[in-house]
Structures are given as C-alpha cells and as structure tokens.
Design a protein around this ligand. Structure first.
Ligand code: AHR
Length: 324
C-alpha cells in the first residue's frame, strides 16, 4: 500500500486526533505562536527556497519560526525536535531526511502534546497518530509524470536512460523511482541502464554523470532522469564538458522546478521538469491555524505535480527567480 493510500485510509483517524492534543504554548512568548522547524539541510535550491518561504510565511502570520538545519543527518533532526519539546513550542514541522526511526522522538512530542506536521517527505510508521498532518506531493505521481513525458517524447525510439537518485533511505526517492518505472513499463524501447545516488546536490549530480559517461559513453545514453533539478544541472555541466549537447544529444527530465532549470530549458539545454511546490511551510501554517481553531486537520495535504516544458521556460524563469 502506498503511503498516500495509507494516509487516506487513516484520514478519519486524523479528525479524531487521538494523540495530538493542543499545546499550552511556550512560556516565553505569551500570545504569539512558536513553531520549531526541523529542516533536512540546504542541499538544493528547492530546499533553500522551502526554508525561506516558510520563514516569510511565518513572518506574515506573526508566527515565531525557529529553523534547525539538520545538515542531512537524522540525529541532528532528532536533537532539534527534543530541543523544541524542551522549549515547549506550540507545534513542530519536520522535513524528515530519511523515512524510518522517528517513532520514539515523535512519541515524546505527542507526550508533550505538541502537534507535528510533516513537510515534503513521508515517514514509515505503524502509528499514524504520531503526527497531525503531512504536507507533501505524491512522489509516485511525480515519477510517473516524468516517465510519461519521456514515453510520449520518444514515440517508440530505443532509449537507454540513466537515473540520478536522491538521498538513499527516503521513501520519497523509492517512490520517485517507482512512478517513473511504472510509466515506462509498457514502453519496451525505454530501459534504465544505470542508477546511482547524486544525494540531491549539484556537485554530486555532476560527478555521477561524469561516471556514467565514462562507463558507458555519452553516445549510449539517450536520456537522464534526475530526482531533482540540482542534480540535473550538475549532469548538464558534465555533458557539456564531455562535448555533448544536453537537451539535444541527451534528453533531460527532472523534478522541482527551480529557476535555474527553467533557464537551462530556455537555453535548449534541458527538456522537462515536474514542479514540487516550495511553499509547504505556508500550507502547514494554514493547517496549524485551522487545527487550533477547529481541532481538526486533514491527514494529507497534497501539493500539485505539474509538468513544465521549454515553451513556458523563459516566462517561468522570470516569474520564479525573485521567489526562490
Ligand atoms: O524532499 C524534497 C526533495 O528534497 C527535493 O526534490 C530536493 O531538491 C530536496 O533536496
């Protein structure tokens, strides 16, 4: 069962909210809401935008947002959550770097009656009452949108694909792969010939792509599927340095929708991106506000996964560069 389905089936439970009672609020900021945000890190343009937009949204709503940068390590995020509990914040936002190993610390938050809202990545737990709500995309759908675009674009042409995966240990990554594979399953002409993690960073994406080109030759790669735009931007650089024309010799499809990928699309060096909404913090603050008012919250707030192509790239770049 996918996490979306699991969440949907437990939606009724969410309304009862057995474990997530309202907090008494932090002693040090009477009258003003304080939220602790355990953030993954700053590995990508999308991630930095998510943090900044959450800070802006909090400011607009008069909420004190304390952001802890987990630097890609679960133990740092756990430490941050414990510190937020000790500070008696009103709520905790968690963008979990990996999917498992959260039960104990989220149990402590529940014990302290501090509601937790998950942002952008799912967790694996048997106890859905450990968190109030999750604001995220359907990651399988993101992969499927990317794969369907490639199938349509190729129209039957044989195509060996290399895949740049995100951080290992995250269900988001497994689902982005799964959705893509589902989409290409019926297209016998498309097959994934190499898969490696580029850890969601531009530098690692470049390094991994250089390795792919060296191992199998640029002429034997027809398309790159990257789990985020930053890795794709690194891969584009690697293609150029190898004398290849990204977007022409090798097709590209990635996820996020950061300004730089639109710039690359406008320059003809990238072909497609699937947007991941960066304003998860604002959406989570709205869920929290409604919960504090009504005692109810949706278990899953799904953000859209829209495909963008070069035809709108210049306009999208202009629109986004100030926002990110
Ligand atoms: O969890 C969302 C992913 O994390 C984004 O797609 C990626 O850019 C980020 O690092």
């Amino acid at each position: 069962m996918s996490w979306v389905v699991r969440l949907a089936t437990s939606a009724a439970l969410a309304l009862i909210l057995t474990g997530c009672g309202r907090s008494a609020g932090p002693a040090q900021h009477a009258g003003q809401l304080t939220v602790g945000f355990a953030q993954v890190g700053s590995e990508s343009g999308w991630r930095s935008a998510e943090t900044r937009m959450a800070q802006d949204a909090a400011k607009q709503r008069g909420v004190i947002l304390k952001v802890a940068d987990g630097q890609q390590r679960q133990e740092n995020e756990i430490k941050a959550i414990r510190s937020f509990i000790a500070q008696r914040v009103d709520a905790i936002f968690l963008a979990p770097v990996v999917s498992t190993g959260w039960d104990e610390v989220l149990g402590e938050a529940r014990e302290a009656k501090i509601p937790v809202i998950l942002l952008d990545r799912p967790i694996e737990t048997k106890d859905a009452g450990l968190y109030l709500s999750a604001v995220a995309a359907d990651n399988t759908l993101e992969g499927r949108v990317a794969g369907e675009w490639l199938v349509g674009r190729l129209g039957g042409k044989a195509c060996p694909v290399v895949e740049l995966q995100g951080t290992v240990g995250s269900t988001l990554v497994a689902n982005r792969k799964k959705g893509f594979q589902e989409a290409i399953a019926k297209a016998a002409n498309i097959r994934i010939v190499r898969t490696q993690s580029g850890e969601f960073t531009r530098a690692k994406g470049k390094e991994v792509m250089e390795g792919f080109i060296k191992a199998i030759g640029g002429a034997n790669i027809c398309a790159v599927y990257a789990h985020n735009d930053d890795m794709m931007l690194g891969a584009i650089q690697a293609m150029k340095e190898a004398g290849l024309k990204p977007g022409k010799d090798i097709l590209t499809v990635s996820i996020d929708g950061v300004p730089d990928i639109f710039q690359a699309m406008a320059a003809g060096e990238a072909n497609a991106t699937v947007e991941l909404a960066p304003d998860m913090g604002a959406r989570a603050l709205d869920v929290l506000a409604a919960y504090r008012k009504t005692g109810q919250a949706p278990k899953f707030v799904q953000t859209p996964s829209r495909l963008f192509l070069p035809d709108t790239a210049a306009a999208e770049y202009a629109r986004r560069k100030g926002l990110y």
